[in-house]
Write a protein of this length. Structure first.
Length: 377
């Protein structure tokens, strides 16, 4: 292989499992990874003979797309870094990394069990090519993988025997192909705005990006984080009958929960784009006012929606004529986050953690998220 700097051309071997099939394995042993890498090298050489001039690097680990498509592409970055440490010529042009005593050689190469049940499993690989060859080789691979990227019969048979599953397809994809495929999948389920943010975080992290969710929540990416408009603030800009606003607010929180879960899976944090935001594990909150001693002690109220449980918590004080004075709103994004959110708000406003369940979403006369004007018994 030609001396000089090497450029990484990232790709995957994508395994589409047959219906009702699940691989219990998350990784391959060192020997298994080496066997697979040899088969992959043979497949790719048949497609593009110039692959022989590059170093093939493979991780014997099975990932979901959300684990690979994260800012900085940490799995590929780690794979390339480990491969560059191997002296050239030591293992010819094929390098494979597998597990030893159940562990991969670096933490980013460890698949997460939480994402192991998807219908497609992805084995990351990379070609380290001389700079003089990299551009041409990348173009050839893009063309050939789209048209003839199915894995060879020997490779597919080896994978089914090793993993103990039936495969519908096993094919090679460039990282750009994987990005395009995931984009289409997200667009198909009405999550195109989410993909817009993810794409910015992965491909142009130095630039900010703004968009609107399907329901109209303002979203932006900046400095490695995603910021969402407060659902309560969004609600204040809506119109329509009160029943419509109840339904709209519940839908907006449900959408925010979807975004939060997927962003977390892709390695991105979600924050509230509010004047005084707060964030915890699985929850978001915003402070609107400080405690006023002229009012009653603060209380915590739970807004509820059918099928979603508690969609928001409002901290409020009652004053003259029983009017509610709102201090804060909190949004549990995961069921397990409700308790910690309640405890945080109670501590923040120096009140008991007793949560008053409203059984509905409470709005004031102007349609804003609020609390009851009279005491609850």
């Amino acid at each position: 292989m030609e001396a000089g700097p090497l450029q990484a051309l990232p790709a995957v071997l994508a395994l589409e499992l047959s219906p009702d099939e699940h691989s219990r394995r998350l990784s391959l042993s060192r020997d298994e990874a080496a066997e697979l890498a040899a088969l992959v090298a043979e497949d790719l050489h048949k497609l593009v003979p110039d692959v022989a001039q590059a170093r093939l690097v493979l991780a014997g680990a099975l990932f979901d797309a959300v684990e690979l498509l994260r800012p900085g592409f940490p799995v590929w970055a780690t794979l390339d870094e480990l491969a560059r440490r191997v002296p050239r010529g030591q293992l010819e042009n094929v390098v494979a990394f597998g597990s030893h005593e159940g562990r991969m050689p670096a933490q980013p190469l460890e698949p997460e069990p939480a994402y192991a049940d998807g219908p497609m499993r992805l084995l990351p690989l990379s070609l380290l090519a001389p700079e003089s060859l990299a551009s041409e080789l990348s173009e050839r691979l893009e063309v050939e993988l789209v048209g003839r990227g199915e894995a060879g019969a020997r490779t597919a048979d080896w994978l089914m025997r090793c993993l103990g599953v039936r495969l519908e397809h096993a094919r090679y994809l460039s990282r750009d192909d994987l990005l395009a495929l995931t984009c289409v999948q997200y667009e198909h389920v009405n999550l195109a705005p989410l993909w817009q943010l993810l794409e910015a975080a992965m491909l142009t992290p130095y630039r900010s990006e703004t968009t609107l969710s399907a329901r109209g929540l303002a979203l932006r990416y900046a400095d490695g984080k995603v910021w969402s408009q407060s659902p309560a603030q969004w609600l204040g800009s809506q119109s329509g009958e009160m029943s419509e606003r109840h339904h709209a607010f519940a839908g907006a929180v449900f959408e925010l929960r979807q975004y939060a879960a997927l962003l977390q899976a892709h390695g991105l944090a979600l924050h509230l784009d509010a004047a005084t935001p707060d964030v915890g594990q699985g929850w978001l909150a915003e402070t609107l006012a400080e405690v006023d001693t002229a009012y009653d002690a603060p209380s915590l109220f739970a807004h509820e929606a059918t099928g979603l449980g508690v969609v928001a918590i409002t901290v409020a004080q009652r004053g003259a004529a029983g009017r509610a004075r709102v201090l804060a709103h909190g949004y549990p994004l995961q069921p397990a986050a409700l308790g910690p959110l309640v405890a945080t708000l109670a501590d923040r406003f120096g009140t008991a953690s007793d949560l008053h369940a409203l059984g509905r979403i409470q709005l004031d006369e102007s349609g804003q998220l609020s609390a009851p004007a009279t005491a609850l018994h």
